[in-house]
Design a protein around this ligand. Structure first.
Ligand code: TRP
Length: 443
C-alpha cells in the first residue's frame, strides 16, 4: 500500500524550504564573483530588473502548477497536457536536478573542507591561498570524501520526507543562516577602508554593461532562484489549495535577492579594504576571502563562520535538487522514498566523481571544457533557461494565462495578481528571455 502524499505542515514551512532552496552557493559563491567580473553596481541593477520581469513571474508559475496537480514535474505536465510531449520539460528538469547536484555537491564539499581548514590554521596569515585552493581541488581523494559526506547528509534528510526531513531541517537551519549573514555583514562594512568596496557595489557605472551582461544576469537569476527545472514545481506540489501563492512567491524571491545583496555587502568591502582583486572569478570565495579573513582581527573566527554559512546554505539547496528526482521516482515509478533517495544519491555521487577529478587530478575534457565546467555550462546555458522559457510558454498558451492567474489567486492572502500578470507571462517574460538568449549568444 502506498502511503498518502505528504504536504508542508504550514505555509511558513513551505516558504522556508523554498527560500532554503533558493539561497545557496548561487548567492554566496556565484553572485559576488559574477558581480565582480561584470563591473559591480550597474550589473546588480540589471539583475534586479531580470528578477522582476522573469524571476517573480516564473516563481508564481512554478508554484501554481505544482499546487494545481500535487505532482512531480513530469507528472505535472502529463496531468495538465495529456497526450502532448510537454512532459519533456519535466524530464529535462529531472535530468537537471541530477546534473546540477553532482557538481554542486563537489563545491559544497570544498566549503566544508574550508571550514576545517580555517579552524586548523592552514589558512592563517601568510599562507599560499592559491596553492591551498588548487592543491585541494586538484587532489584525487579529499574532495571526493567531502562530496560523499555532503551527499550522505542530503540523502539522510530527503529520505525522511517532506515533514520530518526537509521541513524540519529548514526550520532550524534557515534562522542559523540568517544570523550568520548578519554577523558577516556587520564585520564587512565596519572594516576600515570598506568604503571603496561599498562604492564599487553601490554606485553604478553603466559603461561596463554589455549584452553579455544581460545573459549572465539571467543565468544568475535562474540559478539563484532555483527556477527552470521544476524544483519549485516540486516544492509547490506539497502545498494545499488553501495556501497562498502570490505573496509566498514574493517572500521567496525577496529573501533570495536580499541574501545575495547581503553576501555582496559582506564580501566587497572586505576585498577592497585589504587590496584584493574583485575580478578574481570563481576563486573569489576560496582564494581571496581566506586571505581577507587572515588579515583581519578574529579572522579565523569569521572565516569559520563564513564557511559554515556556505555549507548550511548549500545543504538546504541540495535538498531541493535531490527532491525533484526522488519525487518523480516515488510518484511515477511507485518506488519507496528510502530506496529512491539512496539510489539517486548514489548515482549523483558517482557522476560527481569525474566532475571532481576533472578539476585537475585527471584530464577529462568534453567539447574542450573540463567535465566539471561542461556540467555547469549545460545547466546554465541550456537546461535552466530553455526549461524556464518552455515552462512560461506552457503556462501562458497551453494551460492559459488567465487560468494560471485565477489558480494562483485562489486563497491569496496579502495581494492578488491583476490582469497585468497575464500580459507579463504571455508577452514580456518570454520575449525578454528569447531576446536575451539570442542576443547573448550572438554578441
Ligand atoms: N538556488 C540554489 C543556489 O542559489 C541552487 C539550486 C537549488 C538550484 N535548487 C535549484 C538551481 C534548482 C537551479 C535549479 O545555490
Amino acid at each position: 500500500m502506498k502511503s498518502p502524499r505528504e504536504s508542508w505542515t504550514s505555509r511558513i514551512a513551505f516558504i522556508l524550504a523554498a527560500a532554503g532552496s533558493a539561497v545557496g552557493l548561487g548567492n554566496i559563491w556565484r553572485f559576488p564573483y559574477v558581480v565582480g567580473t561584470n563591473g559591480g553596481a550597474a550589473f546588480v541593477l540589471i539583475f534586479l530588473v531580470i528578477v522582476l520581469i522573469i524571476g517573480y513571474p516564473l516563481m508564481v508559475t512554478e508554484i501554481t502548477l505544482g499546487r494545481e496537480t500535487n505532482k512531480n514535474p513530469i507528472g505535472t505536465f502529463k496531468a495538465l497536457a495529456p497526450d502532448m510531449p510537454w512532459w519533456l520539460i519535466g524530464a529535462m528538469g529531472v535530468l537537471a536536478g541530477f546534473v546540477i547536484l553532482s557538481f554542486y555537491s563537489v563545491v559544497s564539499g570544498w566549503g566544508i573542507a574550508y571550514f576545517f581548514k580555517t579552524l586548523d590554521g592552514s589558512l592563517a596569515s601568510g599562507a599560499d591561498y592559491e596553492g591551498v585552493f588548487f592543491d585541494h581541488v586538484e587532489s584525487p581523494i579529499a574532495p571526493l570524501v567531502w562530496h560523499f559526506i555532503f551527499m550522505t547528509m542530503t540523502v539522510a534528510i530527503v529520505g525522511l520526507g517532506i515533514v520530518k526531513g526537509i521541513g524540519r531541517a529548514v526550520k532550524y537551519l534557515m534562522p542559523v543562516l540568517f544570523i550568520l549573514i548578519v554577523f558577516l555583514v556587520i564585520r564587512g562594512v565596519t572594516l576600515s577602508g570598506a568604503s571603496e568596496g561599498l562604492a564599487f557595489y553601490l554606485s553604478p557605472d553603466f559603461s561596463q554593461i554589455t549584452w553579455r551582461s544581460w545573459l549572465d544576469a539571467a543565468g544568475q537569476a535562474f540559478f539563484s532562484l532555483s527556477l527552470g527545472m521544476g524544483a519549485i514545481i516540486t516544492y509547490g506540489s506539497y502545498l494545499g489549495k488553501k495556501d497562498d501563492v502570490p505573496s509566498s512567491a514574493g517572500w521567496i524571491v525577496g529573501l533570495d535577492v536580499f541574501i545575495a545583496l547581503l553576501a555582496g555587502l559582506a564580501i566587497f568591502p572586505a576585498v577592497f579594504a585589504l587590496g584584493f582583486a574583485e575580478t578574481e572569478g570563481p576563486g573569489l570565495a576560496f582564494i581571496t576571502l581566506p586571505a581577507v579573513f587572515a588579515e583581519m582581527p578574529f579572522g579565523m573566527f569569521f572565516g569559520g563562520v563564513f564557511f559554515l554559512f556556505f555549507s548550511v546554505a548549500a545543504l538546504t539547496s541540495a535538498l531541493s535538487l535531490l527532491e525533484v528526482v526522488v519525487s518523480w521516482l516515488v510518484d511515477e515509478k511507485a518506488m519507496s522514498r528510502k530506496k529512491a533517495t539512496i539510489y539517486v544519491g548514489l548515482g549523483i555521487f558517482i557522476l560527481g566523481i569525474p566532475a571532481s577529478l576533472s578539476m585537475g587530478a585527471v584530464s577529462l575534457n568534453v567539447f574542450g571544457m573540463s567535465f566539471f565546467n561542461f556540467l555547469d555550462f549545460l545547466q546554465e546555458t541550456i537546461l535552466l533557461p530553455v526549461g524556464g522559457l518552455l515552462t512560461i510558454i506552457f503556462a501562458g498558451y497551453v494551460f492559459k494565462a488567465n487560468r494560471l492567474r485565477e489558480s494562483a489567486n485562489e486563497n491569496a492572502t496579502l495581494f492578488s495578481l491583476g490582469k497585468w500578470f497575464e500580459y507579463l507571462i504571455k508577452y514580456v517574460t518570454p520575449v525578454a528571455l528569447i531576446i536575451i538568449l539570442i542576443v547573448g549568444f550572438l554578441l
